[in-house]
Design a protein around this ligand. Structure first.
Ligand code: DX5
Ligand code: ZN
Length: 219
């Protein structure tokens, strides 16, 4: 069953409370909170995303997942653990050693929060294989991290398929999530390749009818 996780990056800050409310009513499965530190990626939206997370906690029941596009994963993970989000996803490109990745995975899980790993378009999917037994989900970036509204990178489909086959052959039960440039056209392709969670930002936010747009992605 395909689930949708909506990125708030393209949402109009002035109306964010109403947008969060309307997205929940429209039936999103998750809110996708894109945290950028101005170092791992150019933009720094840390204060805004902290505020959005508080709003989600106050007005919504829908689960929230945090996509950390940051260099200092540990300190950002701590602040989102304190805000009791449901899942924290970090980039393996932010870590220098395998030991560091494993320590961060344990740290997040010890705080009863689900953990995901994500990789940039240029990073080989094999880089994740050693960690798969310890994590709940893989977020495959189908755009270069840093902003919403970019074009889907077609080469991502092979990575999704490769991961799907590897997970199946190794009896691994993980969610395969894809992030960037997802719309009614690319959604079909990524689901066929093996993804079961779709992150969508601009396609939904700019749709004019959230419920309809979510339904199109799920069909
Ligand atoms: C990009 C973010 C994505 C992005 C998705 O760095 O990680 O979540 O906001 O936005 P769209 O769906 O507009 O590509
Ligand atoms: Zn994201």
């Amino acid at each position: 069953m395909v689930e949708v996780s909506i990125s708030l990056l393209s949402a109009d800050k002035e109306n964010i409370v109403k947008i969060i409310y309307d997205l929940e009513v429209a039936g999103t499965n998750y809110f996708h909170i894109d945290v950028m530190d101005g170092k791992f990626v150019e933009k720094d939206n840390t204060n805004t995303m902290r505020q959005y997370t508080e709003y989600i906690k106050q007005i919504a029941n829908t689960k929230s997942e945090v996509h950390l596009m940051v260099e200092d994963v540990e300190s950002y993970a701590k602040s989102y653990i304190d805000m009791e989000v449901n899942c924290i996803i970090f980039h393996i490109e932010s870590c220098k050693t395998e030991k560091q990745v494993l320590e961060l995975i344990s740290y997040i899980k010890e705080n009863n929060i689900q953990v995901g790993l994500t990789i940039n378009p240029k990073t080989a999917i094999e880089k994740l294989y050693n960690y798969l037994p310890y994590i709940h989900k893989v977020l495959i970036m189908s755009v270069e991290p840093g902003e919403g509204g970019q074009e889907f990178i077609e080469g991502t489909l092979d990575k999704i398929h490769e991961l799907n086959v590897y997970a199946y052959e190794n009896g691994l039960d993980i969610d395969i999530e894809v992030d960037g440039g997802i719309n009614d056209n690319t959604a079909k392709k990524v689901v066929e390749a093996g993804a079961n969670i779709l992150v969508a930002g601009s396609y939904i936010i700019n749709s004019g009818n959230y419920k309809e747009a979510i339904k199109k992605l799920k069909d």
